[in-house]
Each structure stands twice: as structure tokens, then as C-alpha cells.
Design a protein around this ligand. Structure first.
Ligand code: ADE
Length: 224
């Protein structure tokens, strides 16, 4: 999977994609993440990429020209499954959407900033608008990182234990059950006996029961 991210703050994303699982996914050629600096695509003086909103009002708007130049440049090289705009008024991101998007070969993610992008960008270039929750962040960079992380960890071969993405919270409409590690007794706080029993069927049943109970208490809507 190839993800092209268009942003005016590329440095914000560099370190995120160069750590841990996402770094290894790229080293194994399972994912390619290319961050594009919007300022490299403007023809305005002083690398300008934003301007005042017509009609007045506070806040700058990302201009259409550099975004058009960048998206058109990318589209001339390959076909994209979606051109996604990160925005708080988009469709709410969720595990089912992550599963669906993880099948794509190529996507573009455009990060908004300031007051957002010229509306014509949304009309002409964007095929999907995604929000990561009902709160407003300063820009689309963290949301783009969130979405990319959720997709890349689902690509087969990215996680060392192939089953581990399948047992995540939300994958089976249940939250994940609790997990424990050594020591079995820490200051008298002990691990449930069943997990030390070696009895696989009982352990699996315990995990399902715990996941169901946790979901009932914390997210009853998921069981409806
Ligand atoms: N940009 C600013 N806030 C956002 C949010 N909640 N989701 C996606 N993009 C955003």
C-alpha cells in the first residue's frame, strides 16, 4: 500500500512514520508513506500556500492552486483508490473503515490547516472526507497519522503475530479482554488462575466472557 500525505507541516509527520511498526512496514516494503510539502507545489511568491477568505472573517484558507498541482502531479503517475481529506466535519473513522481502506493500493491524504481548504478542492479532488472524532485539532496531520497507522497495521505481514490485529478491540464487535504478564504475583496483586492453567479452551472462554462483560459495561451500544 502506498500512502501519499499532502501537508504544510511535513516535519510533524517525519518522526511518527520512522518508528516501530510503521518503520518496519516500510523497510519490509509492505507500506510506502510519502509526505509531500505543499510549499513545494506553489507557484506564488514566497512559497505562499494560504490566503484570506473571500468575504472576510478570521483565519487563513489553503489555496486551491498548490493542492491542485500536487494532486495532479501524483495522479499523473498512478491511479488512486481514494483522495481523502481529513476534516472534523467528515465521516467518523472506525475499525470497519480501517479494514476497508487497508485493501487499497494507493491513497492520497490531504491535511487541512487554519480554516481549512478552498471549498473547490473538496468539490473537485476529494473523494472521501474523514474525521477522527468530534473535536477540532489544529490541523489534519495527527488525523492523517492516526488513519495511516490504523491501516498499515492491518496489512498482512506488518504485525509479527498475524493474529494480533484480529484480536484487537472492535475487530469482532467486542472490546479486547484484559492481558497480563510476569510476574504472576506482584505485591499480592495476582493474575487470574485460569490464565496460568495451560487449559486453552478455558482460557479462550474466559477471554470471550471478559471481552463481553467489558463491552457491556463500557460500550453497550456495540452489542446492540
Ligand atoms: N482536522 C482538525 N480536526 C480534525 C478531526 N477531528 N478529524 C479529522 N481532521 C481534523
Amino acid at each position: 500500500m502506498r500512502i501519499d500525505i499532502i501537508t504544510c507541516l511535513p516535519k510533524l509527520l517525519d518522526s511518527f512514520f520512522n518508528q516501530s511498526i510503521l518503520k518496519r512496514a516500510q523497510e519490509k516494503n509492505l507500506a510506502q508513506i510519502i509526505v509531500h510539502d505543499l510549499r513545494d507545489y506553489t507557484t506564488y511568491k514566497h512559497k505562499q500556500i494560504d490566503d484570506y477568505a473571500f468575504g472576510g472573517g478570521a483565519g487563513m484558507v489553503l489555496m486551491i492552486e498548490p493542492i491542485d498541482n500536487c494532486i495532479s502531479h501524483l495522479r499523473a503517475q498512478r491511479q488512486y483508490d481514494e483522495v481523502i481529506y481529513m476534516t472534523p466535519d467528515g465521516e467518523n473513522f472506525s475499525q470497519p473503515l480501517a479494514n476497508q481502506f487497508s485493501m487499497f493500493a494507493n491513497i492520497i491524504i490531504l491535511c487541512g490547516h487554519y480554516k481549512g481548504v478552498d471549498e473547490r478542492v473538496r468539490e473537485q479532488f476529494i473523494t472521501r472526507e474523514i474525521s477522527i472524532g468530534d473535536y477540532v485539532l489544529s490541523g489534519g496531520e495527527l488525523p492523517a497519522a492516526v488513519v495511516s497507522d490504523a491501516l498499515i497495521r492491518l496489512i498482512p505481514g506488518v504485525l509479527s503475530d498475524e493474529t494480533s490485529a484480529l484480536t484487537d478491540s472492535f475487530q469482532d464487535n467486542l472490546l479486547a479482554p484484559p492481558v497480563y504478564s510476569r510476574p504472576a504475583d506482584y505485591k499480592g496483586w495476582v493474575v487470574p488462575d485460569v490464565l496460568l492453567s495451560g487449559h486453552e479452551a478455558k482460557i479462550n472462554q474466559w477471554r470471550v466472557d471478559q471481552a463481553t462483560e467489558r463491552t457491556k459495561v463500557r460500550r453497550p451500544n456495540m452489542l446492540e
